[in-house]
Design a binder for this molecule. Structure first.
Ligand SMILES: O=C(O)[C@@H](CO)OP(=O)(O)O
Length: 290
């Protein structure tokens, strides 16, 4: 298997199926992706189910991702996205860069970003200066802590729940979440994973999942068996492809790998982690900390 040295070391990684040395067992390759930077990523606000477009930088990130995947030789058979524009737009840009725009795409709310409840729209750094960085880290990265739920008084409530896209979900609108822990994200994602995505992987299809920081983390936790208290340390940067290689039981044959310039990727991870550092208190912050 090809290593990940910079300067073309990822070439050849993209074959959908590879025989492992000796036994001839099949290895399935799956690429997980967090969308490119969106407007509220840049403003350091919890974006979650608010629909945001990519920034010019986010567009570049998605295009770079497409270049990396193209150079590595990936040929996708199927793409899955959430129903939020930033994940769909990212998949378009990736496929365009790879000259694979024709690849069939399916979208589901079950791949949406985690529902951040009452935290939606708030600035992470301002929140950290009020509630402390530890509390914000727990809200952002813990496994089973659910933030306070969104209610009708929230300035983005109606924008989210009156959005026509949620008329087409496989659950009634009233049953859609009002806040989610990472565990709750996994609970709503797994039926889609097992019923829709897994059968396609098992057919040998090369699959791209263009999702979000926390829906991708939830899936990664599930596939790699990351313990509840260790998932807090897993952060995904925007627009960086994550390669997973799975055996026929969909157990990983090696740890996930970020594809691309490793130094730039580490810097991007740090940037996302630093979003939760405290800043001078801002004005419009009101959320009950419990
Ligand atoms: O804003 C959000 O919904 C997510 C990132 O998409 O934020 P965080 O990185 O804090 O989980």
């Amino acid at each position: 298997m090809v290593g990940l040295e910079r300067g073309g070391g990822e070439k050849g990684l993209g074959r959908a199926l590879a025989a492992s040395s000796g036994g001839g067992d099949m290895t399935f390759k799956l690429v997980l992706l967090r969308h490119g930077e969106g407007a509220w990523n840049k403003e350091n606000r919890f974006c979650s189910w608010v629909d945001q477009r990519l920034t010019p930088n986010g567009i570049k990130e998605a295009q770079t991702c497409g270049k990396v995947l193209k150079e590595a030789g990936f040929e996708f058979d199927l793409v899955f996205t959430s129903i939020l524009s930033r994940s769909i737009e990212t998949s378009w840009l990736v496929l365009q860069e790879m000259e694979q725009e024709w690849v069939q795409t399916e979208s589901s709310w079950r791949l949406n970003e985690r529902h951040y409840g009452a935290l939606i729209g708030l600035n992470r750094a301002e929140l950290a200066s009020i509630h402390g960085e530890e509390k914000v880290k727990l809200w952002r990265r813990s496994y089973d802590i659910t933030p306070p739920p969104i209610d009708e008084s929230h300035s983005h409530f109606h924008e989210i729940y009156n959005d026509r896209r949620y008329n087409y979900c496989d659950v009634a609108k009233e049953k859609l979440p009002k806040a989610e822990s990472l565990k709750e994200v996994l609970d709503r994602l797994l039926p889609y994973w097992y019923d829709v995505i897994v059968p396609e992987i098992k057919k040998g299809k090369c699959i791209l999942i263009s999702a979000h920081g926390n829906s991708a983390r939830a899936l990664l936790k599930h596939l790699e068996g990351i313990p509840d208290d260790e998932i807090v340390n897993v952060t995904l940067p925007t627009g960086v492809p994550v390669l997973l290689e799975l055996d026929e039981n969909l157990h990983p044959v090696r740890p996930h790998r970020f594809l691309g310039n490793q130094e730039a990727i580490q810097a991007a991870i740090k940037k996302v982690e630093d979003q939760g550092k405290a800043a001078a208190p801002g004005k419009n912050i009101s959320v009950s900390a419990n």
